[in-house]
Write a protein that binds this ligand. Structure first.
Ligand code: OOG
Length: 252
């Protein structure tokens, strides 16, 4: 199943979701598949860049028909830059999501971690866009499928302004994401499990069950503030956040 998903990504083609053939696949097994997939990518040279949360907002739950948050890994080869166009022909059916990024100043592991603990361990906050690209046909899957697929991770872009978290009220940060100058979607920090730091705390506690945690230097994408927006070659997407500034990319 790991090679099946890695092959889909490498060949830039969508595949039938795992649960069509394996209807009994459990969520723990899906995280095991995800872990092996990440290990293989790291054997091929990628390094850990951090963690991403998924399905943390009501908008995403409704869009995907699921009711639980999930997490996956960010790797160094997923890092994209504002000044370098994202190449559409390297992706299957990408979509962009506005996110609030945390840069961890300390390791954080446990099963009783709070939002306050997360903020204490955070060095900086930055605006970010995640580009998701499910390997599954028509971007449709169950919770188990998407966890195995490393939560649809493909690329991410962080803005250049990094701010200390104690200067910010993350729940109340508003966000507008536009495509080619037209508003495409809006959201606020509170869309992410009521507070982005609470979402990261959920993630740490969930990782803690598998004896894992956040590491100093990790970038953590705390989950989409709105639904995901599809894009094509020629499109430019800008997400502008209160206080955090903006982050953008264009697609070629
Ligand atoms: C799963 C990943 C979603 C988020 O922030 O909600 C995600 C998907 O919708 O493909 O990254």
């Amino acid at each position: 199943m790991v090679d099946y998903l890695l092959g889909a990504e490498r060949d830039i083609r969508e595949v039938i979701k795992l649960t069509d053939q394996n209807p009994d696949l459990a969520i723990d097994e899906a995280y095991d598949i995800q872990q092996r997939l990440i290990e293989k990518r790291m054997e091929q040279g990628a390094r850990r860049a951090g963690i991403k949360l998924g399905l943390t907002s009501k908008a995403k739950h409704e869009m995907m028909g699921v009711h639980e948050a999930i997490y996956g890994y960010l790797l160094t080869d997923m890092l994209a830059y504002e000044w370098e166009p994202v190449r559409f022909n390297q992706l299957i059916h990408p979509k962009a999501e506005p996110e609030i990024a945390f840069l961890m100043g300390e390791d954080l592991q446990g099963t009783n971690v709070t939002a306050e603990d997360v903020l204490k361990a955070t060095k900086y906050i930055a605006p970010a866009i995640e580009i998701i690209d499910s390997r599954y046909k028509d971007f449709k899957f169950t919770l188990v499928d998407v966890v195995a697929d490393n939560c649809s991770s493909a690329k991410f872009i962080a803005g250049s302004k990094w701010i200390s978290p104690d200067k910010l009220d993350l729940a109340h940060i508003g966000m507008v994401m536009s495509k080619n100058g037209e508003v495409a979607t809006t959201g606020a920090g509170a869309a992410v499990l009521r507070h982005p730091a609470a979402a990261v705390a959920w993630c740490v506690n969930k990782m803690g069950e598998r004896n894992e945690g956040l590491k100093k230097g990790d970038i953590v994408l705390s989950g989409a503030l709105s639904e995901a927006i599809a894009f094509e070659p020629g499109d430019t997407i800008i997400a502008t956040f209160d206080e955090l500034g903006s982050v953008s990319f264009s697609c070629k």
